[in-house]
Write a protein of this length. Structure first.
Length: 149
């Protein structure tokens, strides 16, 4: 046995997570928590409140909670530097833009909420589309990258 070990047999040092990926995970966690909180609020109001349609309020609440799970799972994957997490993170940011636009076109107190959501979504898009993020997550480009050998 040789005194030198091959690179594949040495334990690899844990990969340090870049700050931009940590921030992207934070953006996704914030969006997921906001969706889940809104869903819980709708669900509680549907059960305890007096909405026009309790069934609709409960359905929307459950839907928002389920939708909140997507960015929360993506945030965890990003923190663990999993390549699959880039897709759900990207989809979350893209889906936030029309919601922000709708809020911006509304009246009153919803306009500032739309501004904040648009800023968060654009920030998330900048982080997730950054080529360094793609590289750090180990995402390969091109459909033939895995099959060519």
């Amino acid at each position: 046995m040789s005194t030198q070990q091959t690179p594949s047999s040495t334990p690899s040092a844990p990969k340090e997570r870049p700050r931009r990926i940590t921030l992207l995970a934070g953006v996704n966690a914030l969006e997921g928590a906001a969706l889940a909180a809104g869903g819980i609020w709708m669900l509680v109001m549907g059960v305890l409140g007096s909405p026009d349609s309790p069934q609709q309020a409960e359905t929307v609440g459950i839907t928002l909670i389920a939708l909140g799970a997507i960015p929360l799972v993506a945030a965890r994957g990003l923190l663990l530097l999993r390549s699959w997490s880039r897709g759900p993170a990207l989809i979350t940011q893209i889906m936030a833009l029309p919601v922000a636009w709708t809020l911006l076109r509304s009246q009153g107190a919803l306009i500032p909420t739309g501004i904040v959501l648009a800023a968060v979504a654009v920030t998330g898009l900048v982080f997730v589309l950054n080529p360094a993020t793609t590289r750090d997550l180990g995402v390969r480009r091109g459909s033939g990258a895995d099959t060519a050998s």
